[in-house]
Design a protein. Structure first.
Length: 264
């Protein structure tokens, strides 16, 4: 039995409710009348493609989910989804590679929307030498699974309770924004891992401004702060879902150790 196609109104209503916005809230945000929006959601009025994309922008609908909105309204999809090795994305791939390489001797990775590792610089490998389960490093590598799995990095994260809570919060926020069922499944898996015992976390001067990643490594304890970089104005679904995670040394000792690795 073929499932009934969802209407445009269903799509819009779901995203509006996901963003906890009333019709009036969205109407004000989009600079249209509440009556007009009500007619669109009820099917009494058909918006132009431009109006639909305008509403999607105001709702913060991910590019991946804007095409279904367009299709539901009878329009052709606008946003392409190419593989990262597609020639059309070559300039973006070169930019990613330059950022990763330029960040050495500090670690940096590129990930997709499901936290799958796309690329990494040479500084990452030394941090993974203590991974107990080699299968966690077999492609496709999921960065969250690798970080929190009891046979992965978790036993070597000195502030595991704090870092785990940070990563899970980020994942929950991502689920709230996207509604992605694959991320919900990933969250369920991560929550099934043994939770670390509450313990006094290592002291850090960063405690009041950021959550550091503190690792025990063969070279000694390392402390990092992380930043996330995304493409600012993507019109391709793949690019819109890519993120570059960079780790910066949180203290001079970490910086010196990593610079020493580069010299060797």
């Amino acid at each position: 039995m073929t499932p009934t196609a969802r209407s445009l109104g269903d799509h819009l209503r779901e995203w509006r409710q996901r963003r906890r916005m009333s019709q009036l809230d969205l109407a004000l945000e989009a600079d249209i009348s509440q009556r007009h929006l009500s007619f669109i959601e009820s099917g009494r009025s058909t918006p132009s493609r431009e109006m639909l994309l305008h509403l999607a922008e105001r709702l913060g609908v991910p590019l991946r989910d804007r095409n279904p909105l367009l299709l539901a309204a009878g329009f052709a999809p606008v946003f392409a989804e190419r593989k990262l090795d597609d020639p059309a994305l070559a300039p973006a791939r070169r930019a990613i590679d330059r950022v990763l390489k330029g960040h050495e001797p500090y670690p940096a990775i590129a990930i997709d929307r499901h936290w799958t590792l796309i690329a990494a610089n040479a500084a990452l490998a030394p941090l993974l030498e203590t991974i107990a389960d080699p299968s966690l490093l077999e492609p496709p590598v999921n960065v969250l699974r690798l970080s929190l799995h009891p046979q992965g990095l978790a036993p070597h994260i000195l502030n595991l309770s704090e870092w785990r809570a940070h990563l899970l919060d980020r994942l929950r926020q991502q689920i709230s924004v996207s509604g992605d069922p694959a991320l919900e499944k990933l969250l369920k898996e991560l929550l099934s891992y043994p939770a670390p015992e509450e313990a006094a976390e290592p002291h850090t001067d960063l405690a009041s401004i950021a959550v550091p990643l503190q690792l025990s490594t063969k070279a000694g304890p390392l402390s990092f702060i992380s930043t996330t970089t995304v493409f600012g104005t993507p019109i391709d679904i793949t690019l819109s879902e890519l993120a570059i995670e960079t780790l910066f040394p949180a203290d001079e000792e970490t910086a010196a150790i990593l610079r020493g690795h580069l010299a060797n």
